[in-house]
Design a protein around this ligand. Structure first.
Ligand code: GLC
Length: 749
C-alpha cells in the first residue's frame, strides 16, 4: 500500500501527513516552491553537444545517455526542480534507470530542502521504457477482454516493473472516451462506452496503486481530448456541458473515487478555451464537482503552448499566471528553465498569491509523502530484487489471447463442410502475407521502447511476430510466408496472387492494419483502410482461395467492400509482445476466442456512430448499419442468450434490479461468454439513447451446457444529465436488453 492514505480519506495517517507537509512547507522559500511545481524532461539533464550558431536548438543527448553534473546541478539544486519525466529518447535497462534515478536523487538531496524528486514515466502497457519489460495489450485490447480483474493484474505487474526500475509515478490510464475513429489516440483508450472505460480505469488505477509494488496512477487527459472536430490530435473540441457530463466525465469520477493520485490535463481546447487555462473545468468541475484532491500536472509544454499555439496569452509569464489560477499544480515544462523563475517572479509581484502556490506545493508534497519518497529518498530498490519475467508474463499473455476478437467466421472448414473456416483445420499449406504479419512493433503500437514505437532496436529479443508464432503453432511445413511492407505495390500483389493461383494453398491469412504511431504523427485525412491492403485482399480473393483477414491496429479503419470478400475476420488490436502467439492460438483453435468489440466499427468513413446513438440516428430510418456493432465478437462454440427475466415489473428509485439471463452453449467447447446489459429509457426529457451500456459480467459456459446468470443494475444508474446539466433519474418505462433478449419494467419515484 502507499505510505499515506488515499487523497480525501481522513484518518490518523492524514494527520501525520498534514503535520509533516506543513513542517516542510514552512521551511520553503518561494523559489523552493516554484521548483516543486516544475517538471523537466530527462533529456534536459543529459550530456549533449553544445548548441552552435549552425545548430542553435538544443541538441539530442549523446549516446549512451548519461547525466551531466552541471546540468543536474543547475536544474535540481540551483532551480530546485522537483520532478523529472520520461526517457531521453528510448528505453534503458534497469541498471541504467537506477543510475539515472540515484544520480538525480543524490543531487536533490543536496538542495536546501532536500526534498526528493518525483519521477514520472509513460508505462501504458507495461514498463515500456525499461528494456525487456513485459509488454501486454494496449488499452483498446484490454477493453476487449471485458475482464477487469485481469486488467487489474496487468496493471499490478506493470507497477512491479516500473517500481523495480526506480520510478514511482505512471502517466496512465487514459480515461478519454473514444468517440471518433480517426483520432490517433483511439487505441490508447478503453473504447467508446463510459461504463466500460470507467470500470477498466478503476481496475487499472487499483492495479497501479494497491498492488504489491504501488506506484501513482495518472488520469488522463482530463477532459474532452478524444473529441476533436477534425479527428486530429490536439485540435478544437466543441463539447456542450451536458455531453461533457454525460459521456466524458463519468470515467474520471469513477477513478477519482477509486483514489487516483494525479490527473493530467488535456492539451486541446474545449469550446474555445484551452483546458490548461480553463478554471471552470480544472477547478469548478474537477475539485468542486468531482471532489479530486490530488495533484494536477500539465501535459507536455502546454503552458508555453497557451501563447505559442492557442494564442490566449501574450507571453510565457502571462500563460503561467493563467494556468496556475485555473488550477494547475505542476508544469510538465519540460524543456526550458524559465518556468520556475517566472513563477517565482509572479508570486513576488503579487500576480499569483503565495497561498495559491502553497495549495499546489502541498498537493505535490502530499503525493511524495504517500509514495514514501521522504523515507526512501526516492532512491531505486536493489537491482537484485528486479522481478523474474516468468512471474509477470502470464497476465500479459492471457490478456493478449482474451483480447483477440473474431468478428466474422464464414466460408467452409477444411474438414467439416458444415462448419465455418475458423479455427483453421486440415493439414494443407497456409499462405501468410500482409504488412503487419512480421512486425513486433505493429503488435505493440506506440509508447514501446520509443515514443512512436517504431524502432526495432528496442524490441525485446525473442518475442515472436505473428507469422513466427504461426510457424511455431502450425508447423513450418504448413506456412508459406510472403513478406510485404506497408508500401506494398501492385507488382507485389500480382506476384503473391500469382503464387496463390499456382500453389492453391488451403487458405490465405492476410495481416492488415497500421504500423505504430501516437499523437499528431498518427493524424489521418481519411478513415478508409490503405488502398494497397484492400487490393491485396481483393487479388487473393480472385484466386478462389479462402481468405482470412487479421487486423493489427488500434482504430477501426473502414474497408467494407473488401471485408465482404473475407471468409473470416479477426481483430487483434495491439496485443503486445505476446500477441503473435495469441493470434496463432486463436487461428488454430487452441483458444476459443472470447474478445468483444469495445467500440462500433463504422461501415463508411463518414458514418461513425456509437452504441449509445439516439433514435433519430438510424433506429427509425434504419441506417444505423455499422460494419460491426459494439460488443460483437464470435466464439467457436456459440452461446445463445435464451431468456431474460426480472423478479418484478415495477421498481422504485434506489432499488437494485436483478436481471436473470438464460444462456445455452450450442457447441462442443467451453466458452467464456460476456453478458452485456444495455438499458433504454423509453421516454425522457432529454432525447434518450437506443442503447446504453449499464453492466457486464463474464461467465464460463461449458460445452453443451445451459446456465443462468444474474446481473445487477441499480435504478440510480438509469439517469442522465438533464436540462439543467445535473444528473437526474426520471420515472417511467425502461427496457433492458442482452443481445436479442429484452424486457421492460416501470420505475417509480
Ligand atoms: C505526451 C502525451 C501524454 C504523455 C506526456 C508525457 O504529450 O500527451 O499522454 O503522458 O506527453 O510523455
Amino acid at each position: 500500500m502507499l505510505v499515506g492514505c488515499q487523497p480525501g480519506k481522513p484518518d490518523v495517517q492524514t494527520d501525520a501527513k498534514t503535520a509533516f507537509v506543513d513542517s516542510v512547507l514552512s521551511t520553503m522559500s518561494i523559489e523552493d516552491k516554484a521548483g516543486e511545481m516544475t517538471q523537466l524532461a530527462l533529456e534536459m539533464l543529459c550530456v549533449r553537444p553544445p548548441s552552435t550558431p549552425e545548430k542553435p536548438k538544443r541538441q539530442a543527448p549523446l549516446e549512451p545517455h548519461r547525466l551531466d553534473s552541471a546540468l543536474v546541478h543547475e536544474a535540481l539544486i540551483d532551480l530546485k526542480v522537483g520532478s523529472v519525466l520520461n526517457c531521453a529518447g528510448h528505453a534503458y535497462g534497469p541498471d541504467q534507470w537506477h543510475e539515472f534515478i540515484a544520480g538525480i536523487q543524490s543531487a536533490a538531496a543536496q538542495k536546501t530542502t532536500g526534498i526528493p524528486v518525483l519521477y514520472g514515466i509513460d508505462a501504458i502497457h507495461g514498463a515500456t521504457y525499461t528494456s525487456g519489460a513485459i509488454l501486454g495489450p494496449q488499452q483498446i485490447g484490454l477493453a476487449a477482454t471485458w475482464d477487469t480483474a485481469l486488467v487489474r493484474k496487468c496493471a499490478e505487474n506493470t507497477a512491479i516493473e516500473v517500481a523495480a526500475s526506480g520510478i514511482p509515478w505512471n502517466f496512465s490510464p487514459v480515461l478519454d472516451v473514444a468517440r471518433d475513429a480517426r483520432w490517433p489516440r483511439f487505441w490508447e483508450t478503453f473504447g467508446e462506452a463510459p461504463k466500460l472505460v470507467g470500470d477498466m480505469g478503476v481496475a487499472m488505477v487499483r492495479g497501479y496503486q494497491e498492488g504489491p509494488s504501488p506506484i501513482a496512477a495518472t488520469l488522463k487527459h482530463y477532459v474532452g481530448y478524444s473529441r476533436p472536430l477534425t479527428g486530429k490530435d490536439r485540435t478544437p473540441a466543441w463539447i456542450p456541458e451536458r455531453q461533457l457530463r454525460q459521456i466524458f466525465l463519468p470515467p474520471f469520477q469513477a477513478a477519482i473515487d477509486a483514489g487516483a493520485m494525479s490527473v493530467m490535463v488535456n492539451s486541446g481546447e474545449v469550446n474555445g478555451i484551452p483546458v490548461h487555462c480553463d478554471e471552470h473545468i480544472l477547478t469548478d468541475i474537477l475539485r468542486d464537482d468531482l471532489g479530486f484532491e490530488g495533484m494536477v500536472v500539465t501535459d507536455w509544454e502546454d503552458i508555453r503552448f497557451l501563447f505559442e499555439r492557442h494564442m490566449v496569452a501574450a507571453d510565457y509569464k502571462e500563460a503561467i499566471e493563467m494556468a496556475i489560477h485555473a488550477g494547475i499544480d505542476m508544469s510538465m515544462v519540460p524543456t526550458d528553465l524559465e518556468f520556475p523563475v517566472l513563477l517565482a517572479e509572479l508570486v513576488r509581484e503579487g500576480r499569483v498569491s503565495e497561498a495559491r502556490m502553497d495549495e499546489s506545493v502541498r498537493r505535490i508534497l502530499e503525493m511524495k509523502y504517500d509514495l514514501g519518497l521522504f523515507t526512501s529518498g526516492g532512491m531505486p530498490p536493489a537491482l537484485s530484487n528486479y522481478p523474474a519475467k516468468e512471474s509477470l508474463e502470464g497476465a500479459a499473455a492471457r490478456a493478449a489471447v482474451k483480447s483477440i476478437t473474431v468478428l466474422k467466421n464464414e466460408g467452409q472448414h477444411a474438414i467439416y463442410p458444415d462448419k465455418p473456416i475458423l479455427p483453421i483445420g486440415g493439414t494443407g499449406r497456409i499462405l501468410v502475407t500482409g504488412p503487419t504479419a512480421n512486425s513486433l512493433n505493429a503488435l505493440n503500437g506506440g509508447w514501446s521502447g520509443t515514443w512512436q514505437g517504431r524502432d526495432t532496436a528496442y524490441n525485446t529479443p525473442g518475442r515472436p511476430t505473428a507469422v513466427e508464432s504461426m510457424i511455431e503453432v502450425f508447423g513450418a511445413d504448413r506456412i508459406d510466408f510472403h513478406e510485404v511492407g506497408m508500401n506494398l505495390t501492385s507488382s507485389d500483389i500480382d506476384r503473391i496472387a500469382g503464387h496463390v493461383a499456382q500453389t492453391r494453398p488451403q487458405c490465405t491469412v492476410v495481416f492488415l492494419g497500421e504500423m505504430p504511431y501516437t499523437e499528431f504523427p498518427g493524424n489521418i485525412e481519411d478513415l478508409e483502410l490503405f488502398e494497397n491492403q484492400q487490393e491485396l485482399v481483393q487479388a487473393l480473393k480472385t484466386t478462389g482461395t479462402p481468405v482470412i483477414g487479421v487486423y493489427v491496429g488500434g482504430r477501426p479503419r473502414t474497408f467494407s467492400e473488401t471485408e465482404s470478400m473475407l471468409d473470416a475476420f479477426v481483430m487483434a488490436y495491439l496485443p503486445g509482445d505476446y500477441g503473435g502467439r495469441a493470434i496463432a492460438d486463436v487461428l488454430i483453435g487452441a483458444f476459443n476466442p472470447s474478445g468483444r468489440l469495445p467500440f462500433t466499427w463504422p461501415r463508411h468513413a463518414s458514418a461513425h456512430l456509437t452504441h449509445d446513438r439516439k433514435f433519430t440516428e438510424g433506429e427509425t430510418s434504419g441506417d444505423f448499419n455499422p460494419l460491426y456493432t459494439f460488443g460483437s465478437g464470435l466464439s467457436y462454440s456459440h452461446v445463445e442468450t435464451t431468456s431474460i427475466a426480472l423478479a418484478d415489473s415495477v421498481y422504485q428509485l434506489g432499488d437494485t434490479v436483478t436481471v436473470t439471463v438464460g444462456l445455452q452453449n450450442t457447441g462442443d467447447r467451453s466458452t467464456i461468454e460476456t453478458v452485456i446489459l444495455y438499458s433504454q429509457d423509453r421516454v425522457a426529457s432529454i432525447t434518450p439513447s437506443v442503447d446504453v451500456l449499464k453492466a457486464f459480467k463474464q461467465v464460463i459456459v461449458p460445452a453443451g451446457a445451459s446456465a443462468e446468470v444474474q446481473i445487477q443494475v441499480n435504478t440510480d444508474e438509469l439517469g442522465f444529465i438533464g436540462k439543467d446539466n445535473t444528473y437526474i433519474v426520471e420515472p417511467g418505462v425502461f427496457g433492458l436488453r442482452v443481445k436479442n433478449q429484452g424486457i421492460a419494467f416501470k420505475l417509480t419515484l
